[in-house]
Structures are given as C-alpha cells and as structure tokens.
Design a protein around this ligand. Structure first.
Ligand code: F6R
Length: 585
C-alpha cells in the first residue's frame, strides 16, 4: 500500500526516482510525489493521479539526493496536499512513509503545540517530530523521534543540509542497494534489480543512513551494526508488459508456464525439504488464513487437506481470524496464504499463531517478505512478479501448491497438468459472454462445493475490475432466500465441474429459469439437451477431474472479467480504490 523510494548519487536523482515510482505504482496510484535537495533546501513535486501525471513536473529538474512516494490513501483523500513527501514545519525534513502511524492524533496533541498540520495524513507528524527531536540530523535523535511512533512504517527521509537518506522500518518492507557512486532505496527489490547486483534488507527496528556509495546500519540503541548484503536475483527486475496491453492479460497468459514450473519443482523430496521444520506428526488441526483472493485459495486448501489428510482443516479470513478467539496451540498448524507476503491482517494472524506456539507455514510469491520471515517454513508459489492489482496467476499457483501439499501429506500421486485448458480456441466464447455481461449492474454467481470457491473468486474478480456487483452463492442455498431476487432481469452464472453434484445443480438451474432468470453455465460436464436449449449461454470446457477443476475453471472467468473491464472503459491493471499490497489492517 504505497511505495517509497530514495536515491543519492552521481546520477540525476529525480529521473531515477521517477523510474522507480513507475515500477512501484502497483502499490498505490492515487497520487505521487518527489522531494529533493536543491540549493541547500528541500523542494517537493506532487501530483494527484497516476505516476505519469508527475512527468511534466520533473522536466528540467535535477538533484543528487531525493525521496519519492506513490500513494494509496488511508488518512485523507487523494489530493496534492495529502500526497507525500511531507515537509516539517521548518522545512528541514521531508518524509515518505508506507504504513500507518496509529498514534498520530496523540502525537499531534502532545508535540505540535502551535504548529498546524497542513495535511490530513498520519505521516505529516513524522516530519514534524524529526524537526522537533532531530533538527541537526544526528542518528541518535532520529531514533528518539521514531521511537515515539506506534503502528507500521517504512520511512525514508532527507534533511535539508545533507546528501543522505535516513531510513527505518517496522512491518513494511524496505531494501537498500549500494553502487560505486550511488545508492538507492525502495519498498520493492525489483526496482533496484536492473542497476545493482546486491542489496540489503532492512529488518524491523533497524535504522540506516545512506550516502552515495555507502550505508551505515544502526540498531535501535544507535549502535552501528554489521549486515550482510544479498545477491540480487535478476529476474526480479521483470516489471514489463512484454508487448501485452495490460499486465493482467500477460499474467493470465503466463498461467500454463507457472503451473508447469510448479510441477517441475514440487516433487515429494522438494516438499520434504521445504517442510522439514514442521513436525506434521504433532499436528491435529490446520487453519488457513488469507485475505480476498488468497482467502479463496485457503478455502480450496482447507478442502484438499481435509479430504486427503483427515486433519481438520479450516479456512479463515485473516482480518476476522485475530478477533475470533481461535483455539490455537502447539498442535495447530497455521498456514498463511499471501501473494505479496505483506498483507497486514495475514501477518497479524501469524504473529498471533506464533505467540500461541503454533507451527506456521507461508504460501507466498515473495520469499523475502515479512510473512515468510515470520513463518517456520515457506512454500514459494514461483509465479514471477504479479503487477496487475487483481490477482490471477498467483491464485492458480496457490491452489496448485495446496493441491501438492495435500497429496504430499497423504502420499498420493498428483494428477497431471491439463494442457487442454491453455488451448486458445476454448476461449472463443469469452467475447460472447463479455458482451452479454458488459451492461449488467448485478450478477449472481453460483457453484456447489469446490465450484462455490470458484464462484466466490469469480464474483470478486468481476467486482474489482469491472465494477459489476456480483453475489456468489452455493447453488443449494438458492431456495433458502436469494431466489426471492430472481426475475426476468436476473443473470446467474453457474459453475459445474463436479459430476456427482450435477443433478442437484441442474435442479437449481431449473428453479432459476422457471422464474424467468437467465443462466450462463460454465462446465466440463455433459448437459442434457433440454436444458442446453434454454440456457442464455453454455460454455463447454475440457473434461477435468473435480479436485483440479478450480485451478482451471477460473481461467475462463479471469478472461471474461478482463474483457468486461475493457468494454466498460476501465483500466483492469489499476482498479479504482485498490492497491496490490495492503499493508494496513
Ligand atoms: C484480488 C486480490 C486481493 C488480494 C488480497 C490479499 O484480486 O488480489 O483480494 O488477494 O489483497 O493479497 P495477498 O495475497 O498479497 O495477501
């Protein structure tokens, strides 16, 4: 949620920061800004809207030291005044921040006196505290100012008289890379990968002072500490549409490669090694936690684990889990599922699980994430960078990894990858379905059992990028209430991939059609002619076993959601009000 960057070195900091912001934009895009040292003071350029809106402002500007930010609003609407960087009252300090200062109101009352905040943000207080506690830019006073904060933060700041960046973090990622005559800082390593070979990851409670070509790290007592740099993985730099119009389309098209990669990586021996720190013999309960799409992946994981291991396995929405007084002990395994590994609610769930002595496992696309660091073991979903805000390939990958995990634990063989689902010809009907839906205001999406998980994920996808209200339901629930809403304007999308449940699903379809509702049926099963003839549309996909079906049946709908989003004039990569990494609870 918000991306931050810093640069100090021989190059023009402003253009380097702008390039980094373009790569960080997936983290928030309601406003952006750059602050830089110029003529012994700090100048700020800020703009509402996407990062590209900053481009005319940076023309002809140069500096050798600066900070930058792309924002997803938490406190205060998207506006120029609320955009970062935030200057202190005396303009000595400028700050960019990712996270939330939970005690901002208290700190304002305690320390600001006559100083009137200019923005509605929680961040502004940090810059004022720095000027109050640390007017001359010494590290021990910087630490004293930061120690007043509670909440989560990655902070990068500059002092007017210094060609230096001051950093610290808690619960939000921050990376530093050092070159010969330059240094850069970012929330995401991939912004640093094209220019640097090695990087440092700042850990919670650590501080750093970054100069051109050097960095000094401190602990929370102000003592210099030694940190080892890590080798940059060069493929983290692939933040490129590679000829596609949108990242979302590229990421959907990558799904076959992702699944193939996972099949080649996760044999039983590899899983044994990755899970060596978890004693499965002690585990008598598995709880899976995640948010949004990752929660739907948890639903699939819980079903697979229950079917295959007979260990009671349940899926939980992370933001609810922590308040649900879960019964956790050292025989419980908590699996946190998160593409980014940064989602604050998921991290809090794992912190709780760790406190209660549970075993913990992260299933994530980012093995250097805070989540992965917190867990006893990690299974990497290996799907490459996912930039589009709406998750696609990461969802299929999470499901695939959980499929492998459940079969590994039950020592049963995997069914093979189903290549037929990647034959472009089977998606000829995407346009037809998209045209049927593009002007709809609402939809019902139905499925039973595993197909209900697909219905949930489908509803989320079309809501978030096409802005169509979609209500997912288990097909069997129809007659217990929401059938009251069905009339001749209703469109119901039904997923049916489970042979054993088909007769009951068809009954539900009859009930909808007999009340005038229209049905789009997406299935891999044989549908009786008399029903086919009365459907609004039948999408027949290749035959696939029930267990694997959620990994594949969603692909058709990901494509439909993408297409409908375009038809409605939206940008599917950057849906309104959303951000890729949600680092606040
Ligand atoms: C929806 C979507 C979100 C994320 C959620 C959790 O398409 O992408 O619902 O699934 O924000 O994110 P991660 O997986 O990074 O924890």
């Amino acid at each position: 949620m918000c991306g931050i960057a810093g640069y100090v070195g021989d190059d023009n900091a402003i253009s380097r920061l702008y390039t980094m912001l373009e790569k960080l934009e997936y983290r928030g895009y309601d406003s952006s800004g750059i602050g830089y040292i110029c003529n012994g003071g700090i100048a700020c350029l800020k703009q509402v809207g996407e990062v590209s809106c900053l481009s005319p402002l940076i023309m002809g500007k140069s500096s050798h030291c600066g900070i930058a930010h792309t924002r997803w609003a938490t406190h205060g609407k998207p506006s120029e005044v609320n955009a970062h960087p935030h200057l202190s009252f005396d303009k000595k300090w400028a700050v960019v921040h990712n996270g939330i200062v939970e005690n901002a109101t208290y700190l304002k009352e305690k320390y600001l006196g006559d100083i009137v905040p200019v923005s509605e943000t929680d961040t502004e207080i940090i810059s004022h505290l720095l000027s109050i506690f640390c007017p001359d830019g010494d590290i021990s006073s910087f630490i004293s100012a930061i120690s007043c904060l509670s909440g989560s933060y990655a902070i990068c700041s500059v002092h007017e008289n210094m060609q230096r960046l001051f950093l610290t973090k808690k619960h939000c990622p921050l990376f530093v890379a050092i070159g010969r005559c330059e240094s850069a800082v970012s929330s995401d390593i991939s912004c640093l990968a094209d220019r640097f070979d090695r990087f440092y990851e700042l850990l919670d409670g650590e501080y750093a002072v970054v100069e051109s070509g050097r960095v000094t790290f401190y602990n929370s007592h102000g003592k210099i500490i030694h940190k080892d740099s890590q080798k940059m993985c060069k493929n983290t730099s692939v933040v490129d549409k590679c000829g596609y119009i949108h990242f979302m389309l590229k990421e959907i098209e990558e799904e076959e490669d992702v699944l193939e990669r996972l099949y080649s990586i996760y044999d039983a021996e590899r899983l044994r090694q990755e899970l060596i720190d978890i004693d499965f013999d002690r585990i008598d309960r598995i709880m899976l936690v995640g948010c949004g799409t990752a929660y739907h992946a948890c639903m699939y994981g819980a079903t697979m684990l229950s079917w295959h291991t007979h260990i009671t396995s349940t899926a939980h929405i992370a933001s609810e889990f922590i308040y649900s007084r879960p019964d956790l002990d050292d025989r419980t395994l908590v699996i946190a599922v998160s593409q980014s590994g940064e989602t604050a609610d998921t991290i809090s769930s794992i912190e709780l699980a760790r406190k209660k002595g549970c075993a913990t496992l992260a299933i994530t696309n980012c093995t250097s994430s805070p989540l992965s660091r917190l867990c006893h073991a990690t299974l990497d979903i290996h799907c490459g960078k996912e930039i589009a805000v709406a998750s696609t390939k990461a969802y299929n990958a999470m499901l695939q990894v959980m499929y492998f995990l459940s079969h590994y634990l039950s020592k049963t063989p995997y069914l093979p990858l189903c290549h037929e689902y990647f034959d472009k010809a089977i998606y000829d009907d995407v346009d037809k379905v998209s045209m049927l839906l593009k002007d709809k205001r609402e939809l019902f999406i139905l499925g039973r059992n595993l197909d209900y998980i697909t219905a949930m994920e489908s509803a989320l996808k079309i809501k978030e990028i096409a802005y169509i209200f979609a209500s997912p339901h288990p097909t069997g629930e129809l007659k217990y209430g929401f059938i009251a809403l069905i009339d001749s304007d209703s469109v119901c999308v039904v997923f049916a991939f489970d042979d054993a449940l088909l007769p009951k699903t068809l009954l539900g379809i009859e009930e909808i059609m007999s009340r005038g509702g229209s049905v789009i049926l997406i299935t891999c099963l044989e549908i009786p002619r008399n029903i086919q003839d009365r459907l609004m549309c039948l999408i027949s996909l290749p035959v696939i076993g029930t267990e694997l079906s959620p990994i594949y049946s969603i692909i058709f709908w990901q494509k439909v959601s993408y297409r409908v989003s375009i038809l409605r004039g939206n940008n599917p990569d950057k849906p309104r009000n959303l951000a890729k990494s949600v680092t606040v609870e």
